[in-house]
Write a new protein. Structure first.
Length: 163
């Protein structure tokens, strides 16, 4: 039996995004149902979020979500929101292929850096990132914020005096 070669695929429409849901749910179990994921993907895509997958036939082996950002710390950079290889397909080099693809994409998009966050508890991920030339350069701090009912952009403008 011939096994089709793995190839990279940009995820450009909702049907393709839905094919990625089972793998994204491995990384982000808090996503909820597939319809909620698809709705969030649509909103994120409108803001520049992109998905790229390593696929073999109809199987999504690895997946990355990313966007181009710019700030005073990094300049123009490619921020990786999501990076995951299917649990059943790990240790086959798929994550390395995908990370190299993201580095190439960053170069093509004129980015000075590739940046990602990973939980402190992700020791295996840390080893992978170090092996592939990524360095731990910061800690990210966060706190949950209770949203106000009906919060939107107008509420944000009202909450920020002088904006």
């Amino acid at each position: 039996m011939n096994v089709p070669a793995a190839r990279f695929q940009r995820i450009d429409d909702e049907a393709q995004a839905r094919r990625c849901y089972p793998l994204m749910a491995q990384l982000r179990p808090q996503l909820g149902p597939e319809d909620a994921f698809a709705a969030r993907w649509r909103r994120l895509a409108e803001g520049g979020y992109r998905l790229v997958a390593l696929v073999q036939g109809e199987c999504v082996l690895a997946l990355a979500g990313y966007r181009v950002q710019e700030n005073l710390v990094h300049g123009r950079f490619l921020y990786v929101d999501d990076l995951v290889t299917d649990a059943d397909a790990r240790r086959a080099g798929h994550g390395a292929w995908l990370l190299n693809r993201l580095k190439d994409e960053a170069r093509l998009l004129g980015c000075e850096k590739l940046v990602l966050d990973t939980p402190l508890s992700n020791a295996l991920g840390h080893r992978f990132y170090f092996r592939h030339g990524l360095l731990a350069t910061a800690l990210r701090f966060s706190t949950p914020i209770q949203c106000l009912p009906g919060g939107d952009d107008q509420t944000e403008q009202q909450a920020l005096p002088g904006a």
